[in-house]
Ligand binder design. Sequence first.
Ligand code: PLP
Length: 416
Amino acid sequence: MLKQTVWGSLELHHYPDALAVVRASSPEQPVILNRPHAAARAARFFVDKFPGRSLYAVKANPSPDLLRVLWNEGVTHFDVASIAEVRLVRETLPQATLCFMHPVKTPSAIREAYAAHGVRVFSLDSLEELEKIVTATTGDDGKAAEDLTLCVRLRVSSEYSELSLASKFGCDLTEARDLLQATRQAADSLGICFHVGSQSMSPHAYVQAMDRVRAAIVDASVLVDIIDVGGGFPSIYPGMEPPPLEDYFAIIDRTYESLPVSYSAELWCEPGRALCAEYNSMIVRVDKRRGTELFINDGAYGALFDAAHVGWRFPVKLLRDDTMVDITGALEPFSFYGPTCDDMDHMDGPFELPAVIKAGDYIEIGMLGAYGAAMKTAFNGFGSTDVHVANDEPMASQYRGDRRDPRVSDNVVSLR
Ligand SMILES: Cc1ncc(COP(=O)(O)O)c(C=O)c1O
């Protein structure tokens, strides 16, 4: 059986589903399952239906295999936030367009990105950062770069989102006029970008943000070439059932059309979560049961960072190959402990699982493609993982065409 580490690129073994992996190998350590077909479907959806250009925010999941899947479906632009991400994407996809969208960068990162990796798009939210970018991209002959696309990041509300991005980055409207005017002088192409926060549960978040963009443009009286509405497009998790993505796209399109921008302006978005949430699930083993607490072999320092630190609930499924026990019976709320020695390695859930669950059982945890598989560390000696491909459907999908049907349950029990 072929094995590899999470980001390796050996050819992977394909299984029909998670239960088949358990049957074949009774895995000792957690197993990440890739679903390239789900990521490909998400990419096609954005490429076909978003009324502009879709960049992939690499931060959400930097797996080279995933980057290649997205590229093959027509995602050509990548939002990178560190020089390591710049190098990774350049090495994996030599033809890709890279956009360095972290508003606070080191001069050496900007210099390397511009001179060695062909990066021309940068974001900023202060005059200091503008000066840094201009200096770092000025040639040895003292000539300033004439090919920069500079995107000014505006601070907008995160009130409709599950994870706020409203504090750390973005300039306020009071600062935007000076910054937009100064950036216009230095840029060949001027953009305005924002982020409404991750897992935005209402399309209205983008309307509010675009109202701010409009006010900033009018106040600064500058010609704007790009409006980048950022990420924030939601996926489906227990207790979080957002409206269909088409509703988001329609409202963004309408609002964008009414903005006072250049006649040849472009609309961009930078989804992370929505493109990769469905890409991964993980198989974990129950090492101990104590009442309604399950001790499992991955946790807060692994792919379940969000479950531990922001109380995110992921869908779960018992993988029991046992026809003698009715595992479709009553569900009970469980919490998880991860494998490290920390009390903090705890995930409240609740995770609804059959009452019969016991040590030695396996659980599949779904929707871990975004900010899940990417978060794994080797803390306390844990973190080794096998990786395989699963051919079945992710536990939930924005892209199956059945999004308007009410969902029966947040938790799914294997019926085999
Ligand atoms: C600048 C930027 N763009 C895009 C994203 C992706 O956001 P999401 O995963 O919510 O779509 C992030 C995530 O933090 C980000 O910081």
